[in-house]
Ligand binder design. Structure first.
Ligand SMILES: *Cc1c(COP(=O)(O)O)cnc(C)c1O
Length: 448
């Protein structure tokens, strides 16, 4: 018997089509009832899920070696979903949070979520004792970043995670700057990982998005009385508990999606999910190249007389260098900061002198961007938070893109030459404000 082997009329796409549909149809009311009551899996309405969003969630969960993920409309939304799910219903909710954390996270914690009763103590991610000292009965969450934005400090993640777990708190890690290409925090004590997918995952400065990933370590049933909203039966879950409905490892994801994402509505759109997933296909090559270029630029800046200090994991010394090895980092990342020597006005002169490198508050783009954290991303910090952040009025942050490293070097040297003209091209004749710069080979893509 011969069979017909004609291709399907529309062909078979290699790239997943964009499922631009708000709602999903059911064959029977019985099928609809089962999915709505969370007795069966499936899409109902795109606020809580869609095939493009589900594909992105599966890919990021896989890269983070987690058990599942929930996507949201932005990194801020993902962080908010995580914190609401982990602390929202607790009357005594308290979080210990890194003092070196993204400015938007500080606003969320100390203003919008403070309105809900959440209390926060900030602690230095390099000093585990500060985290131990900050713990109270109500502490549910420790929150820190793998590579801090903007000063690129590496945290004492494993020591801090041990403290959290000893006190029955969960460890939430923002892995936006490191990306799963450079570091997988779940292998170093993190219970949950959040991402601003807007940055390196999407990679091209277009869509906003965020993700919350469960690493599978946290089981609320281990200390059921501490997490009653996850372990006790409730009308919302059909008279069962989230642990029963979603399973112990995914109870937090289930509540984040089916309660907070559903009720508050910060869902990721199908088109944005599609674009971010396309971006992740090149994540590894982008991040490796950006790490190498950032290390090469850091090496140029560290020798420059108009630069007082450079922050990049490739320059880490002492304990920071050990943490780089202990954390299993596979590169220093594309974020780099430096302190301009002189005054705030000198830093401004450098920023305004850059031509190829654009001034914008974003990271992870294929284009290199500069930001002035004190005047931009971190401008709402209180004087005390500002001091604890380590940022100054002379701190400039670079998010290194994919341009020719030699052109980026030239742009930086030209802008810095407005302060120290004789030092524009590093040479043995550089002024002696610092040890004379060594002559160096032109920076190439393979450098670092
Ligand atoms: C940008 C950023 C966020 C917030 O993400 P959005 O997508 O801008 O909402 C959170 N954490 C870090 C480290 C970020 O860089």
């Amino acid at each position: 018997m011969s069979t017909t082997t004609a291709p399907p009329p529309l062909g078979t796409p290699i790239v997943q089509p964009i499922h631009h549909s708000a709602a999903y149809a059911f064959e029977t009311l019985a099928d609809a009832r089962a999915v709505f009551a969370q007795r069966a899996g499936g899409f109902t309405y795109a606020r809580t899920g869609n095939p493009n969003v589900a594909a992105l969630e599966a890919e990021i969960a896989r890269r983070e070696r987690g058990v599942g993920a929930v996507a949201a409309s932005s990194g801020q939304a993902a962080v908010a979903l995580a914190l609401l799910t982990l602390t929202g219903p607790a009357r005594d909710a308290h979080a210990v949070v890194s003092s070196r954390i993204y400015g938007g996270t500080v606003d969320l914690l100390t203003d919008s979520l403070a309105d809900t009763g959440l209390e926060v103590t900030f602690a230095d991610p390099r000093v585990p004792q500060q985290w131990e000292d900050a713990v109270r009965d109500g502490t549910r969450v420790f929150f820190l970043e793998t590579i801090a934005n903007p000063l690129t400090e590496l945290p004492e993640l494993e020591a801090i995670a041990r403290i959290a777990h000893r006190h029955g708190a969960v460890v939430l890690v923002d892995n936006t700057v490191a990306t799963p290409q450079l570091c997988t925090p779940g292998e170093h004590g993190a219970d949950f990982v959040v991402h601003s997918a807007t940055k390196y995952l999407a990679g091209h400065g277009g869509p906003l998005g965020g993700l919350l990933v469960a690493t599978g370590r946290f089981d609320p049933a281990d200390d059921a009385a501490r997490w009653p909203w996850l372990t006790e039966a409730h009308h919302r879950w059909g008279g069962r508990s989230p642990v029963e409905v979603f399973g112990a490892q995914k109870a937090v994801l289930g509540v984040a999606r089916c309660k907070y994402l559903n009720d508050l509505g910060p869902c990721l759109g199908a088109t944005a999910a599609h674009e971010i997933l396309q971006g992740t296909a090149t994540l590894d090559v982008r991040v490796l190249r950006q790490s190498a270029t950032a290390a090469a630029l850091a090496a140029v800046l560290v020798d420059h007389p108009a630069v007082e200090r450079v922050h990049h994991p490739s320059l880490a010394e002492g304990r920071q260098h050990e943490l780089y090895a202990e954390g299993g980092y596979r590169g220093g990342g594309g974020l780099l900061s430096f302190e301009v020597r002189g005054t705030a006005a000198d830093a401004e002169t450098v920023v305004n002198g850059l031509q190829l490198i654009r001034l914008a508050a974003n990271i992870g783009d294929v284009r290199t961007l500069v930001a002035h954290p004190a005047g931009m991303t971190h401008c709402r910090l209180t004087p005390e938070q500002f001091r604890a952040s380590g940022i100054t009025e002379r701190t400039l942050r670079l998010s290194v893109g994919l341009e020719d490293p030699a052109e980026l070097t030239a742009d930086l040297l030209r802008a810095l030459a407005r302060l120290a003209p004789a030092a524009a091209v590093p040479s043995a004749e550089a002024p002696a404000t610092q040890a004379p710069a060594r002559p160096r080979e032109p920076v190439t893509a393979a450098a670092g």
